[in-house]
Design a protein around this ligand. Structure first.
Ligand code: HEM
Length: 418
């Protein structure tokens, strides 16, 4: 891989662990290297990583730095293989990958339909889904007496919520999960990646045809309707990528939030005791501190300066790629002090960058917070004796550049309380 656009006077190149084995340790080591580090991703692809909280916030809001992959010099020069798996998170035709007026156009059908009131209206249904899944959990206890909370609770729950919201037929959910997993996993092969792209296109085309023939009370029908009224409407391909973005963004991240918060509480019993005695506001402290301390989005690819930009004394060339380590900067001691590595629900202020910032700030915080505020208190209320079934050090990180969580969370449920 050539590196001709990168200024050679800058810090050394650091390899990023694609398996995310020690994500927070890696973030701390990269911070030691400097506020801006050159990193290498799997496949030998090079990017800049911003390790400083304030600097990342500045760059994410800087109008000279965009998200449009067509600006990426290495890609234009044919240096990135067409089947490089992380391209599925970069080479999109939705709001995530456009800037300025085009970004606003692509976000519009979402901001008009995925409204706060639509989200708040989901609360009764979300509580129902949670109650059914909690009652079912004992059926998944294995021979060792433990149940994997990720697999049987945190994983199916947001997928069901987002699929019902979008209107994906129930019979398709397992396939959609499989397609999303292929995108998130670090070990996806080129063949799997190409097959995923084809399959998801096929499924969206089928869904659009169904909803155009007969609209339903779901986000797909609502988006099709507002889009048709718009003079500058989205193409079908853009609509597909937009809905895919919602499922991708609203699935893996919410699983991680629920898993990471549960793990944090089970490994901090004194804070769990505090939250048990508390109210809805105390649960909100848990959710916000989890978003800071163990943010679901590890590293997000990618941003591209549209002109040379000098930060921290280093020039990032037009068309270089920048990786945003949202989970890493949330533990930056220059922002949070020397105890930045501690989980502390009493921390004030709780402000964090788990949802990003700037024009591309997340569209789903209301839904993510609603899901977590339904799933967590109900879980701990129903299984008050719940404890981890393994040593916390034995938990394995999700093998991903993007996703910050663990692959399983085995617990002993203990007696259920109705
Ligand atoms: C705990 C859960 C979540 C976390 C931590 C999270 C985090 C993020 C982050 C960090 C970004 C910005 C990425 C960047 O620019 O570098 C983002 C963007 C986005 N998120 Fe979320 N997200 C979560 C849940 C959701 C949900 C539930 C949805 C919708 C169903 C959603 C929809 C989006 C969309 C559409 C964008 C792109 C916005 C744009 O580029 O204009 N997210 N999210």
């Amino acid at each position: 891989m050539t590196d001709s656009t990168v200024d050679q006077s800058v810090p050394p190149l650091v390899l990023i662990d694609p398996a995310g084995t020690d994500r927070h340790g890696e973030a701390a080591r990269l911070r030691e290297v400097g506020p801006l580090v050159r990193v290498e991703l799997p496949g030998g692809v090079r990017m800049w990583m911003v390790t400083d909280y304030k600097l990342l916030a500045e760059l994410a809001t800087d109008s000279r730095v965009g998200r449009d992959w067509r600006q990426w010099t290495a890609l234009q020069r044919g240096e990135i293989p067409a089947d490089w798996p992380l391209l599925s998170m970069i080479r999109l035709n939705n709001a995530m990958a456009r800037d300025g007026a085009e970004h606003r156009r692509l976000r519009r059908p979402l901001t008009r339909t995925f409204t706060r009131s639509r989200v708040e209206g989901l609360r009764p249904r979300i509580d129902q889904i949670v109650a059914t899944m909690l009652a079912d959990l004992p059926n998944h206890v294995g021979l060792d007496g433990a149940v994997d909370l990720r697999k049987h609770y945190a994983y199916p729950f947001p997928m069901q919520v987002i699929c019902e919201l979008i209107g994906v037929p129930e019979a398709w959910w397992p396939l959609f999960r499989q397609l999303i997993d292929t995108v998130v996993r670090a070990d996806t092969t080129a063949e799997e990646y190409m097959a995923t792209q084809q399959k998801r296109h096929e499924m969206w085309q089928r869904l659009f045809a169904m909803r155009r023939a007969e609209p339903a009370d779901d986000l797909t029908s609502a988006m099709i309707a507002v889009n048709e009224e718009d003079d500058d409407a989205l193409t079908d391909e853009e609509l597909e990528d937009t809905l895919w973005m919602l499922i991708g963004a609203g699935h893996e991240t919410s699983i991680s939030l629920i898993v990471n918060a549960t793990r944090a509480l089970l490994t901090h019993p004194e804070q769990l005791a505090e939250v048990r005695d508390g109210d809805a506001d105390t649960w909100s402290l848990v959710i916000e501190e989890t978003l800071r301390w163990d943010a679901p989005v590890g590293n997000f690819p990618a941003r591209f300066p549209t002109e040379d930009v000098t930060v921290a004394g280093i020039t990032i060339r037009k068309g270089d790629a920048i990786l945003a380590p949202w989970s890493g900067v949330n533990r930056d001691p220059s922002q949070y002090g020397t105890d930045a590595d501690q989980f502390d629900i009493g921390r004030q202020p709780q402000r964090h960058l788990a949802f990003g910032t700037g024009p591309h700030v997340c569209l789903g915080p209301a839904l993510a917070r609603l899901e977590a505020s339904a799933a967590l208190p109900a879980l701990f209320a129903r299984y008050p004796e719940m404890r981890l079934a393994v040593d916390p050090d034995e938990l394995t990180a999700v093998p991903s550049i993007f996703s910050n969580s663990v692959t399983s969370l085995p617990v002993y449920l203990g007696a259920a309380r109705d």
